[in-house]
Structure formats: C-alpha cells, structure tokens
Design a protein around this ligand. Structure first.
Ligand code: UD1
Ligand code: CA
Length: 458
C-alpha cells in the first residue's frame, strides 16, 4: 500500500482588505469560490483526506462548500485565533496519520495546478519539498536561504530579515509537501519569538535542516499558481491571468478569438477546429463547441453544447441548451434550460425557447415564445407565435408535428397538438387539436362597414 496523502488547506484568515461581508475564500474567481478551485484541484490528485482549517465566517464557508462541493469529503478544523500559519497547521495534527504525507495549501491561493502538486509530491524524497520561485519583487514574502552548496537552510520572513536576506529574490510560496512524521515532530516545538509574534510554519524548515533533512524545491510552471488574493485588485489581476491561460489553451486547440482579452471563461470550454469567438462572449459552466462554430459579440453561453458549423449571432443568452449541427441562433435569442435545437434549425431574433425540442430544419425566426413544446421537423413558426403553456397553476405541453405551418401572431393554448402537415391561419387562438393536413382558423371573420365615418372632436 502506498503512503497516504492528506491535504491541509489554511483558510482561517479574515481577508479584511477585501472589504466584504463574505469570507475571503468564498470570493469568486472565474465563477467559482477561491476555495472551490483548491478543492477541485485536490480532487484530481489521489487524496485520502482533505482538512480545511477555518476561522472567520466558518459557518458560511462550511454551508456553501458542503452544499456546492458535496462530492468532497472535508474535515473541518476550527482555528479560533489566528496565531500564525504554524499554529493553523498544528490545529490539524489530531486528524493527521502518523505516517504518509501532507500537502499544505491555502484557501486564498486558488490556482496551483494538479501538475505542480504532483511534481511537488514526487520531489519529496527526504521528508520535505517546497514550491519556490525567483521573482523580481520579493517584497513581503518569505525569502529562501541557501548554503554554499545551494541547499535550503531556512526561510526568513520579510519582517525578520536582515539587509542581506532582503536582497534574496527566491521566495517561499508557502506551499509544501511534508512527511506527517515531521509535522508531528516539529509543530509542537514552534515558538512565536519573532517580529510578528506568530507561530511560523516556515520554521519547520530550520528544524528539518538541523535533523539533516535535505529539502527539495521545485518551481511552478506559471507564476500565478502561487499568487494569493488579499484585496480586490489582486483578485482581478489573478482573474485576468487565469483567463489568459484558458484562452491560450483554446488558441492552441485551434480557436480564433477576435480579442483574447475580451472573452471570459467561467468554467471550461472544449472546442473543435476553426471556431471563432467574437468580443464580449462569456462562457459559464462546462461548454462544448464543435468544429466551425461562429459566435458573435456579446453572447452568454452557459452549460451548453453547440454542434458543428453553428452560427450564434450577437447578444444571445444560451443556458443549458443542446444545439445540433448547422443551427442559426439569434441575434437576441434566449435559449433557456432544456432547449434542444436539432440540426439545421433556426431560432431568430427576440425568440425565447424553454424546455422544448425544435426539430430538424424547423424555423422560429421572429419574436416568439416556445415553452414546453415538442416541435417536429420542417416546421415553420411565424412571427409572434406564442405557446400559452401556463394557466397560472399548471404547465402544459404543446405538440407540433412535422411539416406544420403556424401563421404569424397565433396563440397555441396548451395542452394542444397540431397534426402533421397542419396549417394555422395567422392571428389564430388555437384551443383545440388540429388534425393532420387541416387548416385551422381561430379568429373572428373579417367584416366590413362601408363608408365608415370616424368620430370627430366637438
Ligand atoms: C506566508 C509565509 C511566507 C510566504 C507567504 C506566501 C509563514 C510564516 N510565512 O506569509 O514565507 O512567502 O505566506 O504568501 O508561513 N492563515 C491561517 N491561520 C493563521 C495565519 C494564516 O489560516 O493563523 C492562513 C491565511 O488565511 C492565509 C495564509 O494562511 O491564507 C497565509 O497567511 P499569512 O499570515 O498571510 O502569511 P504570509 O505573511 O503571507
Ligand atoms: Ca499573505
């Protein structure tokens, strides 16, 4: 059996500088709470136990995370007073096995990658590995001290550092992989005899070195992986770094962005070849795009699949929809959850579709509401047609069979079925089923009064 892997996520800080009623680790990056990113990354590793050390706003954090990330089994550990990172990890000790390893992560450092953590774990051959980075401006961060042989000897915090130590540009990310045996041994020994009177987790490095533990270091692939969030500016900067990375991955996969800096991906996008995405498009949840999909400006696309060669015209909102191949949508169309558009169908401007199937080659081109409907193939739904699916209490179904033609400005009062090949005259209110191939009128006959004189003002 391989040694166990635990993850300890420190998340007790208040995040005062966010100026928010929300605990910092619940602030959103790319549509997901900071802590959610860390949990999702951990899920890609083989983790035996995930411990979150919480403090400020603990109830709120536990409520939201247990609800939205219920697939993660989290052990919650309270740290009522924030006495330092060493103290925070010490709170987790009762939950840590005597052997095995722990990854130490942070609820406000959301973007560390699975690849980096796997490498960090592999680098821990002697008891302790850490993630460091050489940066231009190390201000505020712990500095990595090395001896003449280049071996790590200690981490010195900014506030405790000498002039010489301040000149060191290799910084501590705060992310480590440590043998649990070392944590059990060293954490009870930490003191707070330093400039900040905190129990520094970083002091375990000195203690390990004194025990002849050779400390391994690795660097992350991307600098943003170790960046933390303390204020709104840093949150926005990190959001941009992450967006740039997601866009770059898609560019490598063959997607053309009109402007890579004017698109947001709040979730994941997979795409085929020769996809074009214009400015101001927002993707949410998990979206799948086929080949040759063309998405114009200002669309919001959430948790949807869009087939090959679809054309999504400007300013569409597409939410939980499944769109076949060669479909045209918009401009200004609203596809609400459980909309299914079959191949070569068309949903045009100011059309709302909800929980409906639009069959192959069928068209709903202008100003319509189609809800709770099953529309067959080659149907034409004229401008302004409404399915009246709601009587104030119940939702009812409209069935429109293949080859039906619904004239403009008709109301289809559900439940109702229009049989195959039926025609509905424009302006009809249809309350009864229409037979196959029949023509239905549901409107007053036109009458005429000749030589009509309009009333005049006295
Ligand atoms: C820490 C490291 C520093 C490193 C830096 C990287 C120490 C002593 N220093 O410094 O070497 O360069 O991170 O960002 O570890 N936290 C708790 N409980 C506490 C204290 C902190 O949960 O009692 C959490 C905070 O919420 C935060 C994280 O630990 O997410 C880091 O704490 P912070 O006090 O900001 O450490 P730094 O001073 O940044
Ligand atoms: Ca910090």
């Amino acid at each position: 059996m391989s040694a166990s892997l635990s993850v300890i996520i420190l998340a007790a800080g208040k995040g005062t500088r966010m100026q928010s009623a929300k605990p910092k680790v619940l602030q959103s990056l790319a549509g997901k709470p900071l802590l959610g990113h860390v949990l999702n990354t951990c899920q890609q590793l083989t983790v035996d136990e995930t411990i979150v050390v919480f403090g400020f706003g603990g109830d709120q954090v536990q409520d939201q995370i247990s609800r939205d990330y219920s697939e993660h089994r989290v052990t919650w550990v309270a740290q009522t007073e924030q006495l330092g990172t060493g103290h925070a990890v010490k709170m987790a000790l009762p939950h840590l096995p005597k052997d095995g390893q722990s990854l130490i992560l942070y609820g406000d450092v959301p973007l560390v990658s699975q690849k980096t953590l796997t490498e960090l774990q592999a680098a821990n051959t002697n008891g302790l590995s850490m993630l460091t980075l050489t940066v231009d401006n190390p201000f505020g961060l712990g500095r990595i001290k090395r001896d003449d042989n280049g071996l790590v000897t200690a981490i010195v915090e900014q506030k405790d550092a000498s002039e010489n130590e301040l000149a060191i540009c290799e910084i501590n990310s705060g992310i480590y992989c440590v043998d649990n045996a070392l944590l059990h041994k060293y954490l009870p020994k930490l003191s707070n005899d330093n400039a900040q009177q905190e129990y520094y987790l970083t002091d375990i490095v000195k203690l390990a070195v004194a025990d002849d533990v050779v400390i391994a270091t690795i660097e992350p692939e991307h600098a943003f992986e170790i960046e933390g969030v303390n204020n709104r500016q840093q949150l926005a900067t990190l959001e941009r770094s992450w967006q740039a990375k997601l866009v770059e991955d898609l560019q490598v996969a063959g997607v053309q962005f009109a402007d890579p800096s004017r698109v947001d991906i709040r979730g994941s996008v997979t795409a085929g070849q020769d996809v074009f995405v214009d400015v101001g498009v927002v993707f949410e949840g998990d979206c799948k795009l086929g080949d040759n999909v063309y998405i114009e400006a200002g669309c919001v696309i959430k948790q949807s699949t869009i087939g090959n060669a679809c054309h999504i015209k400007p300013y569409c909102v597409i939410d939980n929809a499944d769109i076949g191949a060669g479909v045209d949508v918009g401009p200004f169309a609203h596809l609400r959850p459980k909309s299914q558009l079959a191949d070569r169908s068309k949903v045009g401007n100011f059309v709302e579709v909800k929980k409906s199937v639009i069959g192959t080659g069928s068209k709903v081109n202008h100003l319509s509401y189609v809800g709770d409907a099953v529309v067959g193939d080659n149907v034409n739904i004229g401008a302004g047609v409404i399915t009246c699916n709601y009587d104030g209490v119940n939702k009812s179904q409209t069935t429109i069979e293949d080859d039906v033609f619904v004239g403009s400005n008709s109301s289809l009062v559900a439940p109702v079925t229009l049989g195959r090949g039926a025609t509905v005259a424009a302006g009809s209110t249809i309350t009864k089923n229409v037979d196959e191939q029949a023509l239905a009128f549901g409107r007053a006959r036109q009458t005429q009064k000749d030589h009509w004189e309009r009333p005049t003002k006295k």
